[in-house]
Design a protein around this ligand. Structure first.
Ligand code: GRF
Length: 203
C-alpha cells in the first residue's frame, strides 16, 4: 500500500487533459495515480494514451444500456473495481446521474472551457466569441446534478483577441486547462480542498 490517490478518468475524445494528469503523476507532481481510463467511445484517442502509459483502458458503450442510470451503474462498478477515489471527467461527453454522484460524493470533477457560470453547455468558446466577451477561460469544478453548475475549484482566464476564431480561442483556453486540471487534482490528492455550500476552500 502507498499513499497515492486512485484516480479514474472518464473520456470521450483526444484526451489531452488526461495526458497532462498522467504526466503530472509520473513526474511525481501529485500524490496520485491514474488507476483506469474509461471511454464511452471506442475510437477515443484517450484510450490509446492510457494503453501507452500502461493504464487499464476500458470502452463502456453507453448504447449498450437502456438508460443513463443503467450506464452509470456500470461506470460505478468499473470504477470501484479499480479502487477509484476521485473521478475526473476529461472531455467526457455524457450527462451523469445521481447514481454516479452518490457513489463518489464531492469526488467527481469536470473541466469546462469557459468562465462559469458564463457559457455552460456545448461550444463554450464559440458562445463567448458570439457574445462579444473580452475574456474567456476555463473552470475546474466539482460535479453536481446540474450541467456545469457545481462548486468551482479553480479558474483561469485568457484574453479574447481581435480576429480570434473558435479554433484559436479554444487552443488558448486548452493551454490553461492543461495547467489548472492537474493542479486541481493535486489539491484534492493532498486533501487541501473543502466544500462549504458553493464555496470550495483551498488550504
Ligand atoms: C476540453 O476542452 C474540455 O474543456 C472539454 O472537453 C475538452 C477535452 O479535451 N470538457 P481533451 O480530450 O482533454 O483533449
Amino acid at each position: 500500500m502507498d499513499n497515492l490517490l486512485n484516480i479514474g478518468v472518464l473520456v470521450s475524445g483526444s484526451g489531452t487533459n488526461l495526458q497532462c494528469i498522467i504526466d503530472a503523476c509520473s513526474r511525481g507532481e501529485l500524490p496520485g495515480r491514474v488507476a483506469c481510463v474509461i471511454s464511452n467511445k471506442a475510437d477515443a484517442y484517450a484510450l490509446e494514451r492510457a494503453q501507452n502509459a500502461g493504464i487499464p483502458a476500458l470502452h463502456l458503450d453507453h448504447r449498450a444500456y437502456s438508460g443513463r442510470e443503467g450506464y452509470d451503474e456500470a461506470l460505478v462498478a468499473a470504477l470501484r473495481g479499480f479502487g477509484v477515489e476521485l473521478v475526473v471527467m476529461a472531455g467526457f461527453m455524457r450527462i451523469i446521474t445521481p447514481v454516479l454522484l452518490d457513489a463518489f460524493p464531492m469526488a467527481v470533477m469536470n473541466i469546462h472551457p469557459a468562465l462559469l457560470p458564463s457559457f455552460p453547455g456545448l461550444h463554450a468558446a464559440r458562445q463567448a466569441l458570439e457574445y462579444g466577451a473580452k475574456v474567456a477561460g476555463c473552470t475546474v469544478h466539482f460535479v453536481d446534478s446540474g450541467t456545469d453548475t457545481g462548486p468551482i475549484i479553480l479558474q483561469a482566464t485568457v484574453p479574447i483577441l481581435e480576429g480570434d476564431t473558435e479554433e484559436t480561442l479554444s487552443a488558448r483556453i486548452q493551454k490553461e486547462e492543461h495547467r489548472i486540471y492537474p493542479e486541481a487534482v493535486r489539491l484534492f490528492a493532498q486533501g487541501r480542498l473543502s466544500v462549504d455550500g458553493r464555496l470550495v476552500r483551498i488550504r
